[in-house]
Write a protein that binds this ligand. Structure first.
Ligand SMILES: NC(=O)c1ccc[n+]([C@@H]2O[C@H](COP(=O)([O-])OP(=O)(O)OC[C@H]3O[C@@H](n4cnc5c(N)ncnc54)[C@H](OP(=O)(O)O)[C@@H]3O)[C@@H](O)[C@H]2O)c1
Length: 349
């Protein structure tokens, strides 16, 4: 390995995308249980944008390397590493210590691109426990999209054992961003019916091409929750992947079936009136509301096997940003110009 310099995008304050600064540091030494990864592609998540603005609810540390999703190749392994060897194609898990089972309080603080250094850098040192191999059927660009959006969609649909999505059930997704598009792909592969929403005809057409059975324009149909319930045989949908939060939850409640599950995932939509739902309303609707925070490494590996078995290809926006243009990529995503996942090419070879 000839290179010794590691270019990294780090946070310098929380003033938005101008707080992203490109720094050069030495490639760090690895410990006995560490893996040195050369990151090749990264993808952005909404959380990255709000981390830079200082409004991410779970907090982030100033000065960290930003970003959470990337895929690359193992360059070097520590003496105790057993799971990987040079040349393996890998990605990181977001909550580095959540290996399996139930989430623990301390796992929440161990988030890459939050309180731990992230992946928008040419080389990263990661404990072997914090990596998984990407699915065999995906290339590195596709493999860079899984760490947050895909696993969150997966856990929303299958993470609650008594309410795992079943064939023939109904799923409601919101918009055409990373989490929602993966949720559509997984739900269709599991044999469910999907009702999606979006704000433009062009994106609605693409969601139909991806397999959504119905798409509602949430700008033209403000009562899209009732419309989704009507479509789902009048009984309502079994699962809602709630990425909007305060501004969309009222509609999700209007759409949900009794004993259906609303997976509370995101907070993109501000509430424009005083009709914002209160938690107790879950009682009145007889539904289950469940907070989702990505998932464990064990679930990540199950999801990857599902991706391989079902030949699922992550949907990636045709615009790919260069590593030098990371702030422009953040802006493009903030403007919601993307469809599915937005990727950044870190290394050309
Ligand atoms: N809890 C977790 O573990 C977890 C994991 C991943 C993401 N999240 C959260 O989930 C949310 C989505 O993340 P993402 O990375 O998928 O975002 P994203 O790719 O940036 O999603 C953008 C899309 O969301 C749609 N959207 C925006 N406002 C909407 C509204 N009011 N109603 C319906 N759709 C709306 C738009 O779709 P159209 O352009 O089609 O209208 C927009 O293009 C974020 O809040 C993120 O922080 C949480």
């Amino acid at each position: 390995m000839a290179a010794t310099v590691n270019r990294q995008w780090r946070l310098n304050g929380f003033t938005g995308f101008d707080s992203l600064v490109l720094k050069e540091n030495r490639i760090p030494e690895i410990g006995d249980s560490d893996v040195l990864v050369r990151w090749k592609y990264a993808s952005l998540n909404y959380r990255d944008l709000v981390v830079s603005k200082g409004t991410y609810p779970l907090g982030a540390l100033d000065g960290i390397v930003v970003g959470s999703d990337a895929a690359g190749e193992v360059v070097k392994i520590g003496s105790q590493v057993r799971l990987f060897e040079p040349g393996d194609r890998v990605t990181g898990i977001h909550l580095q210590t959540w290996q399996e089972g139930t989430l623990k309080a301390e796992d929440i603080g161990n988030a890459t691109g939050g309180k731990l250094d992230g992946v928008l850098q040419e080389y990263g040192v990661v404990p072997e426990s914090g990596l998984v191999k990407i699915p065999d059927t995906l290339d590195l660009q596709q493999g860079s999209t899984l760490t947050i959006a895909a696993i969150t969609a997966w856990d929303s649909l299958v993470g609650l054992p008594s309410k795992r999505l079943e064939a023939g059930q109904w799923v409601l997704t919101q918009g055409s961003g990373g989490v929602s598009v993966f949720a559509i792909q997984f739900a269709k592969a599991m044999g469910a019916h999907v009702i999606a929403t979006s704000s433009s005809q062009a994106k609605m057409d693409r969601l139909m091409e991806l397999g959504a059975d119905y798409v509602i324009n949430y700008k033209e149909v403000p009562e899209w929750g009732a419309e989704a319930k009507r479509i789902a045989n009048g009984a309502g949908v079994d699962h809602v992947i709630e990425v909007g939060g305060p501004g969309t939850l009222r509609q999700s409640l209007n759409a949900i079936k009794i004993q259906g599950v609303i997976s509370l995932v995101g907070f993109m939509a501000v509430s424009e009136n005083s009709n914002e739902p209160k938690l107790l309303e879950v009682l009145y609707y007889g539904c289950i509301a469940r907070g989702v925070l990505v998932s464990s490494k064990q679930e990540f590996q199950k999801m990857n096997a599902f991706i391989d078995a079902n030949n699922i290809k992550p949907v990636i926006d045709e615009k790919v940003f260069d590593f030098a243009d990371v702030p422009a990529a953040y802006q493009y995503m903030w403007d919601q110009k993307h469809f599915g996942k937005l990727t950044i090419k870190i290394a050309s070879k």
